[in-house]
Design a binder for this molecule. Structure first.
Ligand SMILES: [Zn+2]
Ligand SMILES: [Zn+2]
Length: 94
């Protein structure tokens, strides 16, 4: 889902680059309450400015276009992405 964005630096229309999943939690980028809100990984949309090269990250809007189904770990009960080979929280193979 693309959104209309203008570069904060130069005002050029920013282009949607790609969607990527970044790993949270184990990297320790966020702690405390954030750890509960972001279940291990988070999808972000990359936008870049063709004029000055600025890159911005956005959390995808909505959620209905999130192609990754979630599952609940049978051991710790946390919600994790379906394609995880192991639970990122308790490391159980689920
Ligand atoms: Zn720019
Ligand atoms: Zn678990």
């Amino acid at each position: 889902m693309e959104r209309e964005l203008n570069c904060l630096r130069c005002g050029e229309r920013m282009r949607y680059a790609r969607r990527e999943k970044i790993q949270l939690g184990e990297t320790g980028w966020f702690s405390g309450d954030w750890g509960n809100l972001m279940a291990g990984a988070m999808e972000v949309d990359f936008y870049c400015c063709p004029a000055c090269g600025k890159i911005e990250l956005f959390q995808p809007r909505g959620g209905e276009d999130n192609g990754l189904p979630q599952k609940v770990c049978p051991l710790c009960g946390k919600e994790i992405d379906f394609d995880y080979p192991k639970c990122p929280y308790c490391k159980s193979p689920c």
